[in-house]
Write a protein that binds this ligand. Structure first.
Ligand SMILES: [Zn+2]
Length: 330
């Protein structure tokens, strides 16, 4: 994490795309929604059912001579509540399809399912009392999301195309922050809607994900994330419109800074593992992020587990299979 931009911020975005900053109750702050204006009126990441968020969407649509009922598509970059919370509400008030990466469907349809991480939680060494506080988060967030009618879902795979606004977009489905994370790229003017996959000021959390192809297993979210960066560097988009924070350009610099950050964070974790005596991921949260409480602890754990995966892949740590899993320096 960092709050200084890791690359070059830009002041203007293409004229056929209108940006809204919608409130969320989360520490990340507001979420960016985008209206893709033109023949196929589309909204990307319409925020949550919270505060005046949906009123803001309606008011902005009115400035373009539209109502919510005119929306033809809702694109959801990934199934986190700050991005998809209002998608079902828009679909219920229009004929809109809800478009997302295929692997995000369980999150979009399951709402805030607190059993999703199931068996993975036991591996992390989280005490029961701490784990119980996570339930409060799920219960609180459930009210900020509107159910999505499964019949409205249109699921994309990597390499598909999508017509939205007046553009034809390439779908880039890349795991890391979310297993089916969808970015949309228009090569004609090198515009990228990057969701939370690329952000100017923070490195995306490699959120823990169960591996649906391997029951009981989990994805190596940070390893997969780093593997995905190369393609965005090759794309070299001119305008990147992210899910949070300012628009930016120069993805190769962002990628370089991101890799440097992860390398130094992995070194820091290795030092702690070497002196802490076979810690669990939860023990490491206490060392690295002692200020975290409630559900934020899960984000701290994702960050730590991601780096432990990198270290394990490098042969720098050994994992002692639990539950809970414990780590030692190799
Ligand atoms: Zn987000």
């Amino acid at each position: 994490m960092s709050s200084e931009p890791l690359t070059q911020i830009i002041d203007s975005i293409p004229a056929d795309i209108d940006h809204l900053s919608l409130p969320t109750p989360f520490p990340v702050g507001p979420v960016n929604a985008y209206l893709l204006l033109g023949e196929r009126l589309t909204i990307v990441d319409p925020g949550m059912i919270w505060s005046d968020s949906t009123d803001q969407i309606a008011a902005r649509l009115a400035t373009h001579g539209h109502t919510v009922a005119d929306i033809q598509q809702v694109v959801v970059t990934h199934g986190h509540p700050d991005h998809f919370g209002a998608a079902g509400w828009i679909a219920a008030n229009s004929d809109a399809a809800v478009v997302a990466g295929r692997a995000e469907a369980p999150k979009l349809l399951g709402g805030m399912d607190r059993t999703r991480l199931g068996g993975l939680i036991a591996d992390l060494g989280i005490p029961d009392g701490t784990r119980e506080t996570f339930g409060l988060f799920y219960d609180g967030v459930r009210d900020l999301t509107h159910p999505i009618d499964p019949g409205r879902l249109v699921l994309l795979d990597d390499g598909d195309t999508l017509i939205a606004g007046d553009r034809t977009w390439q779908a880039h489905v890349t795991p890391g922050h979310a297993v089916g994370h969808l970015s949309l790229y228009d090569p004609t003017d090198r515009t990228l809607l990057s969701g939370d996959h690329l952000l100017a000021c923070i490195t995306p959390n490699p959120v823990l994900e169960p591996d649906l192809d391997n029951p009981g297993g989990r994805r190596q979210s940070l390893v997969e994330y780093i593997d995905s960066l190369e393609r965005f560097c090759r794309m070299d988009p001119m305008s990147v419109l992210p899910g949070h924070g300012p628009a930016f350009t120069d993805v190769p610099t962002l990628a370089r800074e991101t890799l440097t950050h992860h390398r130094s964070r992995a070194d820091e974790i290795l030092q702690i593992v070497a002196t802490a005596g076979q810690p669990t991921p939860f023990d490491l949260v206490g060392h690295l992020f002692p200020q975290l409480s409630g559900f934020s602890i899960m984000l701290g754990i994702s960050e730590i587990v991601g780096h432990l995966d990198l270290l394990e892949l490098d042969g720098a740590v050994d994992r002692h299979v639990g539950p809970p899993h414990r780590y030692s320096a190799a």
